[in-house]
Design a protein around this ligand. Structure first.
Ligand code: GNR
Ligand code: NI
Length: 171
């Protein structure tokens, strides 16, 4: 169990397309454990492996509410099987786009197929924050950030501020 460093935009490693995982083994489970440690420490409600610089199709998530028991979830090779025509708008943030938030409209519900922590195939239908978060994470696997859903003007402004911030802090 370890907390790892989260990459922040603009970083070319966040734009790479993550590779399909061919086996859920102890090494992959160690990566997922580290991802959850890092996500809870941040804190965030989801994390894709590529945010730690590991371009594998692996996502962890916990959308339980404060005061509820922790509910960590693992998604290996997640695929969207179906998405609703109806959209829902959430104010999104991203651990790789620190301190910037913006409304993004996405399908309100989606059905996903994935492998779980044990490598068992599963399907799940999500709505609400879970549906938004799953789509946000699956975007990461394609090298897409929530700012890519914004207008060019808004995206450029956020990326310019992040670049400036990096120059100041030297990270
Ligand atoms: O912690 C996070 N919160 C969040 C809020 C609204 C929509 C998506 C998210 S995901 C984000 C963590 C993150 O960057 N995952 O990739
Ligand atoms: Ni993110």
């Amino acid at each position: 169990m370890a907390i790892r460093q989260i990459l922040t935009a603009p970083d070319p490693r966040l734009k790479q397309k993550s590779k399909t995982v061919d086996a859920v083994d102890d090494g992959l489970r160690r990566l997922m454990d580290d991802m959850l440690d890092t996500m809870y420490d941040a804190p965030g409600i989801g994390l894709a492996a590529v945010q730690l610089g590991v371009p594998k199709r692996v996502v962890v998530m916990d959308v339980s509410r404060e005061g509820e028991p922790a509910a960590p979830q693992h998604f290996v090779n997640p695929e969207i099987l179906w998405a609703s025509d109806e959209l829902a708008t959430y104010e999104e943030g991203c651990l790789s786009v620190p301190e910037h938030y913006a409304d993004v409209a996405r399908p309100a519900r989606c059905r996903v197929r994935f492998l779980d922590y044990q490598g068992e195939i599963r399907e799940l239908e999500a709505d609400g924050l879970m549906a938004t978060c799953l789509q946000h994470e699956i975007d990461h696997l394609e090298g897409v950030l929530f700012v890519d859903h914004l207008s060019t003007v808004k995206r450029s402004m956020i990326l310019r501020k992040l670049t400036k911030q990096k120059r100041l802090t030297g990270v």
